[in-house]
Design a binder for this molecule. Structure first.
Ligand SMILES: [Zn+2]
Length: 358
C-alpha cells in the first residue's frame, strides 16, 4: 500500500539521527538456501522492507514462486536469481494476499512464462482487482507527493523541523528518494494480472517428487491470506500473517487472526519463511504476535464495553508493554510498531468491537 511506503519513508528517516554501522540499500538482498532446491530471496532492509521476501522451489520439471513483488524491477531481480539456478519454467505463482507488494509484479511472471498458473484465495482475487490494481492511480499520486516532499528536504538541506541534515540523514533521505523515484517510474507500467486458480480451503500440488500445499486458515492480516506448506522440508511460508519484528495491522481481522495463528502453529514446521522479516525456526515470535493481538482485542473491547469514544480508546490503548517486548529500545522498530500496527489496528479494532465488520 502506498500509505505503507510513506510511513516506511518516515521510519527509515529516523535512522539518520542515530549512528549507523551499515545502512543497507533498499535493493540489498540475500539468496538463502532453505532446503534442497528451495530458496528464499530475503531483502536486507530493516526494520521492514517494502518488498516481500520471495520463496521459490525448484521442482523436477518446474518452479513454484510465492508472491510476485511490488516493483517490476525487483521481480526481475528475483527472476535473474532463479535463472542462475535453473532453466526450468516458473509454472506456479502463489499470491499469499492482495496487498500490492504481493501481486503487482504478477504480470512480469506472466510475460516471462505465459503458462504460469497464479493461485490465491478467492477474496484475494477480488481484492487485488478492486484495491491493489484498482488503487494504482491513487497510490501513484500519494507517492509522487512523497517524492516531492523528500526531494524538497534534500534541496533545502534541512528537515521539516528546520534542523540541518547531517551526513547519515542525508544518505538515508537520498535512499528514500531513490526508492520513491523507482516507484513512480515503474508503477505506471504495472499491468493487472489476477490469480487464475482460486482455493477456498486447501490445494495440494504434486510437482514430481515435491509436495507443495496451499492452505487458507481463516481471516487474519486480510480476508484471504493463504500459507504455503512444504511438508517434506517442513517449511511454512506465512505471507503477512507473521511479520517481524512487529506485524502490519492494516485492514486486518484482529480477533480472528488469533485463531488463525493457532492453526498456523499446528504445522510441524522447522522453518518459517516470513514475507517481511527474518527466517524463523520456531513459533516463539508467532506466539508473541498472537499475544499482541490478544492484548489489542481485549483492551479495545474493554474500552468499548465502558462506552469510551474512539479518541479515548486511542489514548488508553497504546500497547506500550508490547512495544517494549517487541521493539526494546530500538527507536526505529518502536516507530514501526506505532505506525504500522498500533495506529491502524486500534482504530479498526474499535470499529470491529462495535460490531462493524468490513
Ligand atoms: Zn507485504
Amino acid at each position: 500500500m502506498s500509505a505503507k511506503i510513506m510511513r516506511l519513508a518516515a521510519v527509515l528517516l529516523v535512522l539518520g539521527s542515530f549512528p549507523l554501522l551499515a545502512a543497507e540499500s533498499l535493493e540489498a538482498y540475500d539468496v538463502v538456501r532453505l532446503a534442497d532446491g528451495v530458496y528464499g530471496v530475503v531483502w536486507k532492509t530493516r526494520p521492514v522492507s517494502p518488498e516481500p521476501n520471495i520463496l521459490f522451489a525448484i521442482n523436477d520439471d518446474d518452479v513454484l514462486v510465492v508472491d510476485s513483488g511490488l516493483l517490476p524491477s525487483s521481480a526481475r531481480t528475483v527472476i535473474r536469481e532463479i535463472r542462475k539456478l535453473t532453466p526450468k519454467p516458473v509454472r506456479y505463482l502463489v499470491n499469499t494476499h492482495w496487498h500490492d507488494d504481493h501481486v503487482n509484479a504478477n504480470f512480469v511472471y506472466r510475460k516471462e512464462w505465459p503458462g504460469v498458473q497464479i493461485i490465491s484465495h478467492p477474496n484475494t482475487r477480488i481484492d487485488a482487482h478492486a484495491r491493489a490494481f484498482g488503487g494504482k492511480e491513487e497510490s501513484l499520486a500519494k507517492n509522487r507527493a512523497g517524492l516531492e516532499k523528500y526531494e524538497g528536504i534534500l534541496r533545502a538541506g534541512k528537515k521539516s523541523d528546520n534542523t540541518p541534515l547531517d551526513g547519515p540523514t542525508r544518505a538515508r533521505v537520498e535512499e528514500v528518494v531513490a526508492f520513491f523515484r523507482r516507484y513512480v517510474e515503474e508503477i505506471p507500467s504495472v499491468e493487472e494480472v489476477l490469480p487464475n486458480i482460486t482455493v477456498d480451503q486447501s490445494l495440494v500440488l504434486h510437482c514430481g517428487s515435491r509436495v507443495i500445499e496451499v492452505h487458507y486458515l481463516g481471516r487474519g492480516n486480510t480476508r484471504g491470506d493463504v500459507v504455503v506448506w512444504l511438508p517434506n522440508e517442513k517449511i511454512l511460508v506465512t505471507g503477512d500473517l507473521v511479520v517481524s519484528p512487529t506485524p502490519f495491522g492494516f485492514g486486518s481481522y484482529y480477533a480472528e487472526w488469533i485463531g488463525t495463528l493457532d492453526k498456523l502453529m499446528q504445522f510441524d514446521a522447522t522453518t518459517l519463511f516470513l514475507a517481511h522479516g527474518d527466517v524463523q525456526h520456531d513459533f516463539g515470535y508467532v506466539r508473541q504476535e498472537q499475544g499482541l493481538l490478544r492484548a489489542l482485542v481485549d483492551r479495545v473491547g474493554a474500552e468499548v464495553a465502558k462506552g469510551s469514544s474512539l479518541d479515548d480508546v486511542k489514548k488508553a490503548v497504546t500497547l506500550d508493554d508490547w512495544k517494549k517486548t517487541l521493539a526494546g529500545n530500538d527507536p526505529m522498530i518502536q516507530l514501526g510498531f506505532d505506525q504500522f500496527f498500533v495506529a491502524p489496528a486500534v482504530e479498526r479494532a474499535y470499529d470491529q468491537a462495535k460490531g462493524d465488520q468490513q
